[in-house]
Design a protein around this ligand. Structure first.
Ligand SMILES: [Zn+2]
Length: 188
């Protein structure tokens, strides 16, 4: 398996007056949250952040992002075919892709920086393509076995919308409404 050529996880710094000396870093939904005392100098904080972020990223990469075993678990859990290989790929236009003829799956290395449940959705989407090589209702039913599918789909669409102005699903396709509504701007 190739090592992901990924960018760093986003870092969020929260300063607290109640915190006296210690700096703490945790990963919350794919974001590194650093909590620091309000009084700490920018320079001192930067040193802490540098060290803590490097340590957390090493751990995050090795513990949570083993694609092959992750995909295997998802195959078993949702009764989907096993992929022959699952690899990180430096692809930007699609979150995931697969070759249905040989069962190879590629996952965009950008996903390594997002919450693991979003990564799982993309893997499930690609595993389902090994059964249905389209986006038919049968395909959607397979993907819907993953409980967070809709939420993850919305997450990816929001990210791609922010970057490109198009709300894209896993394969880069933008879903169209089934039929035009009369007043699309009315919110209830
Ligand atoms: Zn697809």
């Amino acid at each position: 398996m190739t090592e992901p050529q990924r960018s760093s996880l986003p870092v969020e710094i929260v300063r607290s007056r109640r915190r006296r000396k210690t700096v703490q870093a945790t990963i919350v939904d794919g974001v590194i949250r650093v909590q620091a005392p309000a009084s700490m100098s920018e320079r001192e904080l930067n040193e802490h952040v540098h060290y803590l972020v490097a340590r957390l990223e090493r751990r995050f990469r090795s513990e949570t992002v083993d694609l092959e075993s992750r995909a295997l678990r998802l195959s078993k859990r949702f009764s989907l075919p096993k992929a022959t290989s699952v690899e990180w790929a430096d692809q930007r236009s699609q979150w995931g892709s697969c070759t249905t003829t040989n069962g190879e799956i590629r996952i965009s290395n950008r996903l390594a920086a997002y919450p693991p449940w979003v990564l799982d959705y993309v893997i499930v989407h690609e595993l389902a393509h090994l059964v249905e090589a389209n986006h038919s209702p049968a395909f959607n039913a397979l993907v819907a076995k993953y409980p967070l599918a809709e939420r993850a789909r919305g997450f990816l669409m929001a990210i791609s919308f922010g970057e490109t102005g198009i709300a894209q699903d896993v394969d880069g396709e933008a879903p169209q409404p089934e039929e035009e509504t009369d007043s699309p701007l009315t919110l209830f």
